[in-house]
Write a protein that binds this ligand. Structure first.
Ligand SMILES: [Zn+2]
Length: 450
């Protein structure tokens, strides 16, 4: 996996715009997936068969699983609600001439209507995003798709998967009757493999947390090149958008403000508040909120093969984000978390070396581990203040109950706050290993035993 993506037939190479694994667009590796393929989820919620035909096994859940209406880009709203002056929204009532190259993403085939009984691929694979998908699809077919979109929400919601699905549908050579990507034409396959010349992605380089300013400049130059598609469409996905520092973000502003015709830029972020206000105001924002737990329970039970009793606490720990829960429900993931918990408990008992543990966490997914530590500390605080309280880590309640007796709640709270701060700082290029070492040393010294 190199940091460069080949641009077919061109001499320009865009650093940091790298090809994705060929396994498909239906992935959302969360905040840190961009760090490299090793950090990506191995969960692939694509239907095993019958994609696009309604035969996928997620179909039966499609309707009840939908999250609340997107409130986004509805017909009649003009599609400008989230965009500032000179921003990315299209004008109220604006309609594209069929085949026009001046309107990004307009559906020149006029295939706006949902074919009778057709279930979108999103309804099958990421059913809680079906309303978002339909809003985007409608906006596109009515020529209202903004040039700049901001997908924001917690990790594990499927933001990036939906962005890639949108890209695929824009570039697909034989879309379905409802403007969905067919999933098997050459263009769809190239988008999936990360090799489509008109589907650019801007991510931090391998092993780096930040997107550099010269990466953004090259990216913008690449976006300005002419498209190879008949519709003149060229797409750009930036994730995580908060990985751009001020200089990098500033160099993207002009392109966001005045993109060349036919260009669609999608920014994906877990922390919209960390973006420059000028970036946010130039994008149409689409928020991804976790669906109600009961609406996603059957889907998770079905996909994970785990019983509902096991699914519910994991979903709660994942903040209600379905893909984050699905990843956590994987047997291997459960075993891994158990192993990390045991060593973390041993550290408090003086049986582990904090420096060695920090080094191990750095080798794996340090922010995921910080998230676990945050959850365990939260439960300890709760149990220290009120023994017998309901906790998030129900599977660990007995040992947490015992431990809680030996730790002062205010010290636990303070450590918990520092863990949250470390998670917040993790995407800023801070020395995470140093932070981890300090946190784990302090945890080992709090040592009340249990
Ligand atoms: Zn296709």
């Amino acid at each position: 996996m190199g940091a460069l993506r080949p641009l077919h037939g061109r001499h320009l190479r865009l650093s940091g715009i790298r090809a994705r694994p060929a396994a498909g667009p239906y992935r959302d590796a969360g905040a840190h997936g961009a760090a490299g393929p090793a950090a990506r989820s191995h969960v692939d919620p694509r239907p095993s068969a019958g994609a696009g035909t309604g035969a996928g096994r997620g179909q039966k859940h499609a309707r009840p699983l939908r999250t609340r209406a997107a409130g986004f880009l509805r017909a009649g709203q003009g599609g400008v609600s989230g965009a500032g002056q000179g921003g990315a929204g299209t004008l109220p009532g604006h309609r594209c001439r069929a085949g026009s190259r001046s309107c990004a993403g307009a559906d020149p085939r006029g295939t706006a209507a949902v074919a009778g009984g057709h279930v979108s691929r999103i309804a099958e694979t990421l059913p809680w995003l079906e309303d978002h998908w339909q809003a985007l699809r409608r906006a596109r077919s009515e020529g209202r798709l903004p040039h700049a979109l901001l997908f924001e929400g917690p990790a594990g919601m499927g933001k990036r998967a939906l962005a890639r699905h949108l890209v695929q549908s824009l570039l697909c050579q034989s879309p379905t009757g409802s403007s969905d990507a067919c999933g098997h034409c050459a263009a769809c396959r190239h988008v999936e493999a990360g090799t489509h010349p008109d589907a650019l992605e801007l991510v931090p380089e391998e092993g780096k947390a930040l997107i550099r300013v010269d990466q953004v400049r090259e990216f913008c130059a690449g976006l300005g090149l002419s498209s190879e598609t008949p519709d003149g469409i060229r797409t750009a996905l930036v994730h995580p958008a908060e990985a751009m520092n001020v200089a990098a973000a500033n160099s993207l502003l002009k392109t966001l403000e005045e993109p060349a015709p036919g260009r669609i830029i999608i920014l994906v972020t877990e922390r919209a508040g960390a973006l420059l206000p000028t970036i946010r105001s130039r994008c149409q924002r689409l928020r991804f909120a976790p669906p109600a737990a009961e609406s996603i329970l059957d889907w998770l039970v079905d996909r994970s093969g785990q019983p509902a009793e096991k699914v519910l606490p994991v979903l709660r720990l994942a903040g209600g984000a379905p893909l984050a829960a699905l990843r956590a429900l994987d047997d291997e993931a459960l075993a891994e978390r158990d192993g990390v918990f045991e060593r973390w408990v041993d550290l408090a008992r003086g049986r582990e070396n904090p420096m060695a543990l920090a080094a191990d966490w750095m080798q794996a997914d340090p922010v995921q581990r910080l998230g676990w530590m945050n959850g365990w500390l939260e439960d300890l605080v709760r149990l220290a203040l009120a023994p017998g309280s309901e906790v998030k880590n129900v599977d660990r309640q007995p040992i947490l109950e015992k431990m809680a007796r030996h730790f002062p709640p205010d010290a636990l709270l303070e450590l918990r706050d520092r863990v949250l701060e470390a998670m917040r700082l993790s995407s800023t290029g801070v020395n995470l290993q140093l932070l981890l070492e300090n946190l784990l040393i302090d945890w080992s010294r709090m040592r009340g035993g249990s």
